[in-house]
Design a protein around this ligand. Structure first.
Ligand SMILES: [Zn+2]
Length: 253
């Protein structure tokens, strides 16, 4: 008889397969990122249907077959209803889910990442609607940079990442290759940033949410933060090897 496994997880993605099946990508507490097949889950009579959906926390039970996992039971623990009522929150949640799907390897358990996800989905869900919605974006950057850090790519923000010398506030550059802020001498055509962005990144990695929340961020700094985040993200994507995942993805379902 097949072994049944039970765990809880954040549902990141769903893909419809064939007539009524659906593959879920779930970041679980006990097994890390897994792909689980919901057999005939799109049929009206499916009992599994109500217990699992994208951007929710679910308790799931599955059996491990030779090539893939099959969902046998599911219960929604948190639907994150406030996230689903707000387009901005939903967009941020999908961006978070996508980065997890892109950068995480299959079946690597990570309790730090689990705590981070609990924190950011909780923040998004509880964020009061009347507060400025553009500020919500900080939750995404908070997630993203702490996620990089969990993956082992915490950027150097306190000295030049290349020559280790002290940084000067008016001459700051970011180098994805060097993994952090670099001085003008080491900049070599790298992106110029400003002291505000360095301050935001330091607060994000210190998880100083109280100060982050009160921070007044100028449009120029928002733009720089966005650019430097995208730049580091695509650099990390380019150096990650996904051959192993690729093979798993191509196993027959
Ligand atoms: Zn330097």
């Amino acid at each position: 008889m097949a072994l049944h496994y039970r765990t809880i997880g954040f549902v990141l993605k769903k893909n419809d397969i064939g007539e009524a099946d659906r593959i879920f990508t779930v970041f679980t507490l006990d097994f890390g990122k897994v792909k689980i097949s919901g057999k005939a889950i799109r049929k009206i009579a499916s009992k599994l249907k109500g217990g699992i959906d994208v951007i929710s926390l679910s308790e799931i039970e599955f059996i491990q077959g030779k090539a893939y996992k099959t969902l046998t039971d599911s219960v929604i623990l948190d639907k994150f209803e406030n996230i689903k009522k707000s387009l901005t929150k939903l967009k941020i949640s999908y961006k978070i889910a996508k980065s997890l799907d892109n950068l995480l390897r299959i079946e690597e358990k990570d309790e730090n990442l689990w705590r981070l996800l609990k924190e950011v989905f909780g923040k998004l869900d509880n964020w009061e609607q009347e507060k400025k919605s553009w500020k919500l974006q900080i939750v995404y950057y908070y997630f993203l940079w702490n996620f990089f850090s969990v993956l082992g790519y915490q950027p150097e923000l306190y000295k030049c990442a290349s020559c280790q010398k002290k940084l000067i506030a008016s001459f700051l550059y970011f180098s994805a290759e060097e993994g952090g802020i670099v001085c003008p001498k080491c900049a070599n055509g790298k992106k110029k940033i400003n002291a505000d962005v360095v301050k935001i990144l330091r607060l994000i990695l210190k998880k100083d949410w109280l100060i982050l929340f009160k921070l007044k961020i100028q449009p120029t700094s928002w733009k720089l933060l966005k650019e430097v985040s995208e730049h580091y993200y695509s650099h990390l994507l380019s150096i990650h090897s996904f051959e192993e995942d690729f093979q798993k993805d191509n196993e027959p379902l």
